[in-house]
Design a protein around this ligand. Sequence first.
Ligand SMILES: [Zn+2]
Length: 341
Amino acid sequence: MATLTNVPTTRLAILDVLPDGFLSCRARDLHLLLDGPTLIELPGKAEPPLFVSILLHGNEDSGLGAVQRVLHRYLDEPLPRSLMLLVGNVEAARQGLRRLDGQPDYNRIWPGAPNDGKTVEARIIADVHARAVDRRVFGAIDVHNNTGRNPHYSVVCDLDPHTLGLAVLFARRAVCFRGIPGTSTASFAGLIPAVTAECGLPGHAANEHAAARFLKAALNLHELPDGPSDLSALDLYHTLGVVRLREDVSFLFGTDEADIRFDPAIDAHNFQDLPPGTILGATVHPMPLKMIDETGRDVAEQYFEVSDGKLRLRKEVVPAMLTTDSRIVRQDCLCYLMQRL
Ligand SMILES: [Zn+2]
């Protein structure tokens, strides 16, 4: 069944059993078991199923490790609840990349995206979404990793009690952001309680464990809790916008020549309260960044200023997902800026 070329599969594969070897397979080797994006539907004691997506970004493998741990636990007994498991970008996982050049980002093509249904991958994802909504899934959990140092946190697009109740099962920190259409979590907003679990760096057993605890807890719920019983149990943030480099701007993390030079330890700022005036880098550009808010406007000038060759914050903010991986900065973003709710 191995796919030996990069020709994308043209339709969704649906399995009702785990392929042999799945529970011990590394993300890089999944292409030996699966032809492409695959939905694995497993029965359990309770209905409706829990929907879980992993490897929408091929380099983010904590979700695979977490699912393997949980399913291993239930080898000799039925799952407490049925499971719909989407294994996403198998081809990118083979290369250890977020996505391949020429592929769309698997977490930007869900219904509601500007490119909705226009690519083979988006049509496959639309089939998954329709099937999950048809089965009125119990909740939707999308497991990711970060490329920079971040604590565990969830991303939600709704602040309803069931969504927050699901989020707090994973982590004390939750971020609300509706500004990126086409994510899995955004596509379920208003339909199904949905949470993105951001599990820190890939390749760390502790991050797999945290995701596994979350999945196991969600599978064992009889019903979704009405939010955290104690609201102070949740650190809730609202995202102000996503920060990207302007296309014509060169950048690096260090002191060599570039339009903007960022501090190589910039990801240490994630989830810290940063006061106005905080210096993020040295630049020769009048405004090297753009920052897109939930309405799609560029609000960079409101949050950043350049003076004396330094890029500074104008307002108190909390960054998340700051990364020092240049490829991720170009493929995705430099960071998100948030404020506490
Ligand atoms: Zn991701």
